[in-house]
Design a protein around this ligand. Structure first.
Ligand SMILES: C[S@@+](CC[C@H](N)C(=O)[O-])C[C@H]1O[C@@H](n2cnc3c(N)ncnc32)[C@H](O)[C@@H]1O
Length: 333
């Protein structure tokens, strides 16, 4: 959900400008500085990690007086940290960093995040120019990584990295209780590995570290989902009851959306919004495989707001009429 937060925060800084060109150059400048500020904090974070002597939390580093654009810097930093193992592998596979840029590796990590997963960046700054000119090499390296790890989507790659970064970490699968009960799933998966029930999330099964279930029929059919424990805790913490109406504002790929629908035992309604057209397809696929029939999937068309006056006008009068919505009905509804 926070993937484009830094863009929004940067754009917000420029929103008061009256002309669209000065607005965009202000946003570009704001993003430029946010990237440098995030790199500075990232350096302290990584140094603290390496020496196991962290001086301060990420939040207190970002909220120190020396950081001007705190919101954008924090969002960008969190996203870069999330993708960091992938970014490091991509940069090493692409082998594009020479001595000069290696010395600024934190900035390289931040810009690589933006180039591959974040906002469109313009040619501001020598480091941005250097990486943008090598965008193809970065994308090729990322595609190779996906092939090597036998995954199709970056989210799956992320999941794999998060599960393999610590060899002692178990793997998790959430049982889709709309299609299968927990004991049944446990018995079925018990044929390929040791399975225990999680003590916090009731529909979560814990598997040994390194278990690969990507091609398992239960995963392919949507009977179980490869979903991390932290992600599963969100819906459990919400505790939705059958008959509730729940709004999932940023849904794709939809793991939490279908988890909520399952906790509501398919009764009530989950309204799932997503603004990225390609990710809407992913969301629809997750919903279809889950067998949930009570999810309303809304594709929010992104409107580029040119000035604050137009923004106000669009938000209050036009925006609702730009929503394209459709019921996703699989099975009975
Ligand atoms: C981190 S993902 C959400 C993951 C999801 N909740 C899950 O558990 O599977 C964030 C998603 O929110 C979408 N998004 C960001 N801003 C949005 C907005 N204003 N309206 C709708 N969707 C948005 C992004 O396109 C992205 O697909």
């Amino acid at each position: 959900m926070a993937r484009r937060n830094h863009l929004k925060a940067a754009a917000a800084a420029a929103a008061s400008s009256s002309s669209s060109s000065s607005s965009s150059s202000k946003a570009d400048r704001s993003s430029y500085f946010a990237r440098r500020e995030a790199a500075k904090v990232l350096r302290s974070v990584l140094k603290g990690d390496a020496t196991r002597n962290a001086k301060a939390s990420i939040k207190s580093l970002v909220y120190s007086p020396s950081i001007r654009n705190k919101k954008a810097t924090f969002a960008l930093l969190c996203q870069t940290l999330k993708y960091l193992p992938i970014i490091k592998d991509v940069l090493s596979t692409a082998d594009i960093l020479n001595g000069k840029w290696k010395r600024q590796e934190e900035l390289m990590y931040i810009i690589t995040y933006d180039v591959l997963f974040g906002q469109e960046i313009v040619l501001v700054g020598a480091a941005e120019k250097f990486l943008l000119l090598r965008k193809n090499a970065l994308e090729t390296a990322l595609a190779r990584l996906c092939v090597r790890q036998k995954v199709k989507h970056v989210e799956d790659l992320l999941l794999q990295y998060s599960q393999t970064s610590d060899v002692s970490r178990p793997r998790y699968v959430r049982v889709n209780t709309l299609k299968m009960d927990i004991d049944q799933a446990s018995e079925e998966l018990g044929k390929v590995c040791k399975v225990t029930k999680d003590d916090v999330v009731p529909d979560l099964l814990v598997l040994p570290s390194g278990t690969d279930l990507h091609d398992h029929p239960l995963v392919i059919n949507g009977d179980v989902l490869m979903q991390g424990k932290a992600s599963c805790m969100v819906a459990v913490a919400l505790g939705p009851q059958p008959g509730w109406e729940v709004l999932d504002a940023c849904s794709a790929p939809g793991n939490k959306t279908v988890h909520i629908a399952a906790l509501m035992r398919g009764k009530g309604r989950v309204i799932a919004c997503e603004l990225n057209k390609d990710r809407v397809r992913r969301l629809e696929d997750t919903i279809k495989r889950s067998g949930a029939s009570s999810i309303l999937c809304i594709f929010v068309i992104l409107i580029v707001i040119i000035s604050s006056i137009v923004e106000l006008y669009l938000c209050t009068i036009l925006l609702p009429s730009f929503w394209y919505y459709k019921w996703i009905m699989y099975g009975e509804c």
